[in-house]
Design a protein around this ligand. Structure first.
Ligand code: AMP
Ligand code: GLY
Length: 421
């Protein structure tokens, strides 16, 4: 099987690694990829905003399966463009990817499906925002309706800051909208389900660390680290969320005539009043994928192909490795506000030799001086171990060997969970 992976992050590096380990796979090609992926397989340029360019590339390569990593090409219709050319694709249509592309749309489908989520109001003026903020009270939750690379959400006790974020989103004009929500208290869980539009198979749950700095301080980011599984998760969580959240969403999308096939990512809060959905994404999460795939024993390509071809119901149950995985993101100086790129990274070889560790690349490029940073999130240092404690020790031992001028990373990824295990 020849597979084309679209994207350039550590999520795609993790996908490529898992696909290469599958015996049914002969070739994996990535577009556009990054410096780490390019050391393992062929990478080709592609504009991820251009759905037809992705479809054409898949056709020229005669791919058997295309796996689309990021949300931007999905929302732009890349999966439709690939399928139009008669090629199997892992990823939802543009219409179905709206579950991620519009928070207001996702709320509407959740209401239809009876899925528990935060109360919310969709606002298109600052006056509406002010009244919604007062209705729900502090802490205030303000979300840009559209895609914002993980940076569209502000959670704050400061009403002026909440209003300012809403005003900035609305200032884009056109049909710009913001969603104001009730605040959900409680630990967060990311649960991924692989679906073919009818059947959905949950993966192992993970937890992401969204804030930039230790102790959950600082601004929201795309994700600074993750671990899986969750030793503290209540028994039956995965089955419960599959029955009450994932399957009803799949059924509701099918009923609308826009079936969702690909990866449905439920971002959940375990509140004192039960599980609530914070958001849906239409693709593998980053950095959670790095730890979930590090634990998956079942060959990945067979699962993604079964999703793309509507055969998930006939798949045997997924197998998982014993133990845990941790990933820590190395972010460029200034991330998330204004990342500085172009600095050379050293110590990558030594770090990659630490037992159980893979150095997954995100924003990296090859220069005459060596591998250099090329984005806000630069690396995702991922480790597997027999326990969370061991996985953490391995990840941080590798991280301490890596040098990137001005970079920062969190020291507390999976710390609380590993001490309670
Ligand atoms: P989202 O992009 O919707 O996942 O939001 C990013 C982050 O903001 C989430 O992971 C939460 O930490 C936080 N967040 C979003 N919505 C809420 C909410 N209703 N209550 C509390 N925190 C939230
Ligand atoms: N880890 C959060 C996301 O992928 O959106």
């Amino acid at each position: 099987m020849k597979i084309l992976v679209i994207g350039s992050g550590a999520r795609e590096h993790a996908l490529v690694t898992a696909l290469l380990a599958d015996e049914s796979v002969t070739t994996v090609i990535c577009a556009p990829g990054n410096a780490g992926i390019a050391r393992e397989i062929d990478v080709l340029p592609v504009d991820v905003n251009d759905a037809n360019a992705i479809g054409d590339l898949a056709y020229e390569l005669d791919a058997d399966l295309v796996v689309i990593g990021p949300e931007v090409p999905l929302v732009a219709g890349a999966a439709d463009a690939v399928r139009d050319r008669g090629i199997a694709c892992f990823g939802p249509s543009a219409e179905a990817a709206l579950l991620e592309g519009s928070k207001a749309f996702a709320k509407q489908v959740m209401a239809e499906a009876g899925v528990p989520t935060a109360m919310a109001r969709v606002c298109s003026s600052v006056d509406e925002v002010a009244s919604a903020l007062d209705q729900f009270g502090a802490p205030h939750v303000v979300k840009d309706d559209g895609l914002a690379a993980g940076k569209g959400v502000v959670v704050t006790d400061d009403r002026d800051e909440a209003l300012a974020h809403a005003a900035a989103c609305l200032a884009r004009g056109g049909d710009a909208r913001v969603v104001i929500e009730e605040y959900l208290d409680g630990p967060e869980v990311s649960l991924f389900g692989i679906t073919d539009g009818t059947t959905i198979i949950p993966l192992q749950p993970a937890q992401d660390f969204k804030r930039a700095h230790d102790g959950d301080a600082g601004p929201n980011t795309g994700g600074m680290g993750a671990y899986s599984p969750l030793p503290w998760a209540p028994a039956g969580l995965v089955e419960d969320v599959t029955a009450r959240v994932l399957q009803p969403m799949v059924d509701a999308m099918a009923k609308r005539g826009t079936p969702f096939s690909g990866l449905l990512y439920a971002g959940l809060a375990l509140t004192s009043r039960g599980v609530r959905v914070i958001e849906f994404n239409a693709r593998f999460g980053d950095p959670e994928t790095q730890v979930v795939l590090a634990c998956l024993k079942t060959p990945l390509a067979s699962v993604l192909l079964a999703s793309a071809t509507g055969r998930l119901a006939s798949l045997p149950p997924l197998q998982w490795r014993k133990g845990s995985a941790v990933t820590v993101v190395v972010a460029a100086k200034g991330y998330p506000e204004s990342p500085v790129t172009g600095d050379v990274i050293s110590g990558l070889e030594e770090a990659g030799e630490v037992v159980g560790v893979s150095i997954l690349h995100a924003g990296t490029k090859i220069t005459d001086d060596g591998i250099a940073s090329n984005g806000g999130r630069v690396l995702s240092v991922t480790a597997h171990g027999e326990s969370l404690h061991e996985a953490r020790e391995r990840a941080y031992a590798a991280l301490d060997l890596i040098r990137l001028e001005g970079s920062h990373h969190r020291r507390d990824i999976a710390l609380a969970a590993s001490t309670s295990q």
